[in-house]
Design a protein around this ligand. Structure first.
Ligand code: ADP
Length: 479
């Protein structure tokens, strides 16, 4: 089976969130099931030089984008047995960040065109192209509109995975002919038109053979207006082709037994885990105390993550004997708020306003509780990583958080975290207080700690679900 992953981030080459984790780990898990997965990514400026130095040039060509003729190089790297291809164009990708530029529409239109165009030159004909999130939404349209008549592409199928429906890639109508080479016929509500604009996510939803998203609950939620981001009508229309498969993590990479980034490696031993806390407290300039519970949040600072809930109760939370450590970047207001709280509560709060993979691991390992009160959450990987490090998540019951965290039940001893249902700040505070109370009882906490460590969120199970989808799609298309 030949599957091509197309995405705009993949760890360890490029990561700005959960998508990077998934693209960095799922291909490897599928490989173990005898699926030959290759991956195509943009070659960004920020790719670590260690990997850049290992790249081998494969070929180059010109990709036409309206009146523009753009250089497109392809470089290759084999990593953990997977072939990674990188699309090289310095004008589009030699920039400090992955996203957020005025010409993102053009950058990713180029990327999608380039991916399809380079395949014959690479002498590689995948049976399925598996595209991820809005940046690759146009790929299935291009395949159908511009390439399907060429025998090489005739049997290729497409799967599109929604990692977050909120980010859709909206662009003015003018890009249709200018960048996408598509006629005005595509500007209708059943195709690419979306409230007067072109919607890249919608393109993926309309034109791909199958759609998946990253948890079963989110697959249900997005069919309703509250979670559907105005795309619920199309998701309902395609509900027979929509599947939810929960994300896993690379449990060898995120492994407290072997992780080189943390202070002290540990397995099922709370004492050793606690040494990570003491080291972290020292490094962060907090009072070094083993009895004080340390609460952590590692997140994009955006509305989705429930930051407003935390802010609403933050000063009340400060009445408790706790420490709070934040690692995150995002909206200016939130960044400023947490900087201010750090100044106000210097012995309790540390706000690290930066993106730092190494520090994130030290925090996962060193803290006791992990806060994730999301307004919505397609899957969420942070709570899975926290569980892997025996750090107990407190989550709101939505999307993948609902599917992966089971609230601790004192009578049965079951549960790997704490959860609350309504998007309500005091429900959140009450749940934190409940956890803090239980934390005072070391025997009970040991149980929760072990339940967390023993939760299995490797790709073992979910990669088999993908495999089955691939198999069915390929079989369907056989005459
Ligand atoms: P999302 O993809 O919506 O941002 P996820 O929970 O699915 O949220 O994945 C977030 C990933 O990004 C996790 O691996 C988390 O550890 C990482 N991450 C988020 N913020 C930071 C940060 N400031 N520094 C380092 N890693 C971060």
């Amino acid at each position: 089976m030949r599957i091509l992953f197309v995405a705009t981030e993949g760890s360890p080459f490029a990561k700005s969130g959960g998508l990077g984790d998934v693209i960095g780990s799922l291909p490897y898990a599928l490989n173990k099931q005898n699926v030959e997965v290759r991956v195509i990514l943009p070659k960004y400026e920020s790719m670590p030089s260690y990997y850049k130095e290992q790249l081998k040039k494969k070929c180059h060509m010109t990709v036409n984008l309206g009146w523009r003729n753009q250089y497109c190089g392809v470089e290759e790297l084999e990593y953990k047995g997977i072939h990674y291809y990188f699309i090289d164009n310095e004008y589009y990708f030699k920039r400090p960040d992955h996203y957020g530029y005025y010409d993102d529409g053009e950058r990713f239109a180029f990327f999608n065109h380039a991916v399809l165009k380079v395949l014959p030159q690479l002498d590689y004909c995948p049976q399925i192209i598996h595209a991820h999130d809005w940046h690759t939404g146009m790929l299935s349209v291009f395949l159908k509109a511009h390439y399907a008549h060429i025998p090489f592409y005739k049997d290729m199928k497409t799967i599109f995975t929604i990692h977050n429906l909120k980010y859709q890639g909206l662009f003015p109508r003018s890009i249709l002919e200018d960048l996408l080479h598509l006629s005005q016929d595509y500007f209708t509500a059943d195709k690419l038109e979306f409230y007067g604009q072109i919607n890249s996510m919608k393109a993926g939803l309309v034109y791909s053979d199958l759609i998946t998203t990253v948890s079963k609950t989110y697959a249900q939620e997005i069919k309703y207006p509250f979670f559907g981001e105005k795309l619920d009508p199309i998701l309902n229309a395609r509900k027979e082709s929509l599947y939810g498969i929960v994300n896993g993590i690379d449990d060898q990479d995120y492994n407290p037994r072997t992780d080189q980034s943390i202070y002290v490696n540990y397995a099922e031993c709370r004492k050793k885990k606690c040494e990570n806390k003491l080291n972290l407290q020292q490094a962060l300039g907090l009072p070094v105390r083993k009895d004080v519970p340390m609460l952590a949040m590692i997140t994009r600072l955006v509305e989705q993550k429930g930051v407003d809930l935390l802010i609403h109760i933050f000063e009340e939370l400060m009445e408790e004997d706790i420490q709070f450590v934040l690692l995150g970047t995002g909206e200016r207001y939130y960044e400023d708020y947490f900087k201010h709280m750090m100044a106000k509560y210097p012995h309790k709060v540390v706000s690290n306003i930066l993106f730092d993979e190494n520090m994130s691991r030290k925090i996962y390992a060193g803290s006791d509780l992990f806060l994730m009160p999301s307004r919505f959450e397609p899957c969420g990987l942070s709570q899975l990583i926290a569980l892997r490090y025996g750090t107990i998540p407190i989550v709101r019951e939505t999307g993948g958080l609902k599917d992966t965290v089971l609230s601790y039940n004192t009578s049965t001893g079951e549960g790997n975290g704490f959860s609350f249902a309504n998007y309500n700040a005091h429900d959140f505070l009450y749940t934190i207080r409940r956890a803090l109370n239980i934390y005072k009882n070391p025997k009970t906490w040991d149980d929760i700690f072990l339940n967390a460590l023993r939760s299995d969120f490797s790709w073992e199970h979910s990669s088999k679900e993908y495999l089955e989808l691939y198999q069915n799609l390929i079989n369907e298309s056989r005459p």
